[in-house]
Design a protein around this ligand. Sequence first.
Ligand code: OAA
Length: 236
Amino acid sequence: MAVGLRVFMNPERVDAETIEAFRELPGSNVADCMGRMSGMHSEIRRLSKNGFKMVGSAITVKVRPGDNLMLHKALDMAQEGDVIVVSNGGDRSHSLMGEIMVRHAEFRKLGGIVLDGPIRDIDTIRNLEIPIYATGTTPAGPYKEGPGEINVNITCGGVSLNPGDLVIGDDDGVVVVPREDLEEVLKSSIEFNKKDQSKIVESMAGKLNRSWVDKSLAEKGCEYIDLKAGRKLVSE
Ligand SMILES: O=C([O-])CC(=O)C(=O)O
């Protein structure tokens, strides 16, 4: 096989019911229910219009740094609702897509695109509803020589993912749920979200229980020093 220049076809996809259930949940709650470890880092930011939730099955793309040949192929292969996620070997010097490709993705009703690299044509893309996540912008365009692979394990934004995993994006950023954990994470995220909502209400009313902060500091042996009383050690 041509390792490094391969396209794996027909990956598993997350069912529509699960996708719709996750659409109701903030990505932050979902990430909290996975040990707070499955959120992409903050360099991966939404550069299209805010306020449009992205939830879909991952089509993964590994490109040669700064080259988008395989991303072009993935745009043609992905189905309605799929989210294309691209690893780019850390390159920040060449945009991986611009308005022409984004318009093509929009026309094909893809769920969104997540790039571990920059884009260009931000003047238009910033006003589009299709969720586009990237690390920034540069006018420098991509090469189109390959190699690259579609639907292999990749890392994007510091998170490892496989084709058919669930990708969630909101204004905060992107979270990945491995497909084998979907049921468990959905259940715990719904519970977590309910608790979070009541904490927000309590917080707004000044009724949030803060006792855990002092308890935690006491357990760690934190010292309190009074600056006015000649730097005396005091109890809080
Ligand atoms: O050159 C490319 O492949 C990307 C590009 O500028 C566009 O999509 O507008």
